[in-house]
Design a protein around this ligand. Structure first.
Ligand code: GLN
Length: 454
């Protein structure tokens, strides 16, 4: 079938960890039957999507791209995936990602790199990173293996891979999509969202994914707006803020050019452009890389060899030995690094100096945005400080990898909706993304600015 062909084509990119064409086919058949009977179709009826392998799917292996969860088959379905099936979508398979969603290049996956379908136009055929952590999602959509996929975004994992592969993706306001059944990374930051070819598809899919869920204590108890019906690229009366702190020294010339193009397009759409300041931006990256590992170290304590997935029980070993052996074998190096950083910043002697301090700075970063909303309605920035880099280019230096998240993490720390849309190409023909950040709950304003750019 066409589904099988699409899913087999994914092999060259290593985008899928598990393929489930029968699931997508069943959804397509159900849509056909409903249409034949004259029934009303769900908003995603028959659409074959990819599911990031961080969402628990009942009866289908769910790994978070970690050896720790290899072979784990959930008895339950995540709320977001259940909502997508209820809207009629079907699943082509579980998409590769950075292990436990920790990374910016999809190179920390236990199941191997995902390869971007993009190549430079200068004869350099080196394989490129699809971004991360939702790198399977971005590569599969960019290669047209599926029209849309789920992503999750803790500190940029929807937006940065979307930017690297020339597609669109939106992280909604924290709490819009239920976290129930999503493998937890940093619970105060984790948000699910759609990744797709254009803004309209993102709006349709986000509507299907979002909504209050009593099973998630931080779920927003608010009605889901009709974002697709509300799409409007006329920005008359809207003010777009340009934060001076994102115009970092040595900003890549191509990125500055695409940013200027974006400003012009929004002006052409009727918006007023205003200069704004987000003074605590420079602290966002260190703040994120304290809070995210701290929460991860707590969340990952559940992988003890008893309850989920892998168990390594050396001959004659006791409980402590089993914990140690299981974690040594199950977690990849980046996950171990995060657990160690997180445990350190939460330890009695360093808690105040790191974790408490980071929480205070997080509040200042959120306040920067609150003040900015006095003079603008949305904010426009580049999504990432570079185009896609080569596989292997940053793996030896974790800090240079973390730096790629510099423009993405402030909106995450503030819990704000933020989207990446394609902005143009760099000198080597690689896509560059533009990021739109909006007020809490104003996904519509974000989508509309994205539509004006698209
Ligand atoms: N790249 C960031 C990190 O490694 C963000 C990951 C994410 O959003 N899941 O933590």
């Amino acid at each position: 079938t066409a589904f099988n062909a699409a899913v087999d084509g994914a092999d060259a990119l290593n985008a899928f960890i598990v393929k489930t064409p029968e699931h997508a086919l069943a959804a397509a058949k159900a849509a056909d039957d409903a249409r034949a009977k004259g029934e009303t179709l769900g908003a995603m009826a028959g659409v074959p999507i990819g599911m990031k392998d961080l969402f628990a799917t009942q009866g289908v292996q769910t790994t978070a791209a970690s050896h720790m969860l290899e072979g784990f088959v959930p008895q339950y379905e995540s709320t977001v995936s259940a909502k997508l099936w209820a809207a009629g979508a079907g699943m082509l398979g579980k998409l590769n990602l950075d292990q436990f969603a920790m990374g910016s290049s999809n190179e920390t996956s236990y199941f191997g790199n995902v390869i971007s379908p993009w190549r430079r136009n200068n004869g350099d055929t080196a394989p490129l990173a699809p971004g991360g952590s939702s790198g399977g999602s971005s590569a599969a959509i960019a290669a047209r293996l599926c029209p849309a996929a789920t992503g999750t975004d803790t500190g940029g994992s929807i937006r940065q891979p979307a930017a690297f592969t020339g597609i669109s993706g939106i992280k909604p306001t924290y709490g819009r999509c239920s976290r129930w059944g999503i493998v937890a990374f940093a619970s105060s930051l984790d948000q699910a969202g759609p990744m797709a070819r254009d803004v309209r598809d993102c709006a349709i899919m986000l509507e299907a994914m979002a909504g209050f869920d009593p099973k998630d204590a931080t779920s927003l108890d608010m009605a889901v707006p009709q974002w697709e019906a509300g799409l409007n690229a006329d920005l008359k009366g809207k003010r777009v803020g340009i934060p001076k702190e994102y115009r970092v020294d040595g900003i890549d010339a191509d990125i500055a050019r695409v940013w200027d193009d974006g400003i012009k397009w929004l002006k052409d759409a009727g918006a007023e452009i205003v200069d704004i300041s987000l003074p605590h931006t420079k602290y966002a990256l260190p703040t994120y890389y304290i809070i995210a590992p701290a929460e991860a170290s707590s969340n990952l304590a559940r992988y003890d060899g008893v309850r989920y997935g892998l168990r390594d029980l050396p001959q004659g070993a006791g409980l402590q030995d089993m914990y140690a052996a299981t974690r040594a074998a199950g977690f990849g190096p980046e996950v171990k690094r995060r657990i160690m950083i997180g445990t350190y910043v939460l330890s009695a002697g360093f808690y105040d100096a790191y974790y408490t301090q980071a929480q205070k700075v997080r509040a200042l970063i959120a306040r920067d945005f609150e003040q900015a909303w006095n003079s603008c309605d949305v904010i426009l920035t580049p999504t990432a400080p570079s185009a896609a880099f080569g596989l292997g280019d940053k793996t030896a230096d974790p800090l240079s990898m973390y730096l790629n998240d510099v423009f993405a993490v402030p909106a995450s720390l503030a819990g704000l909706p933020a989207m990446s849309v394609p902005g143009g190409l760099d000198a080597q023909g690689l896509p560059l993304g533009l990021q739109i950040i909006g007020r809490a709950f104003d996904e519509q304003g974000v989508l509309n600015a994205g539509l004006a750019i698209e």
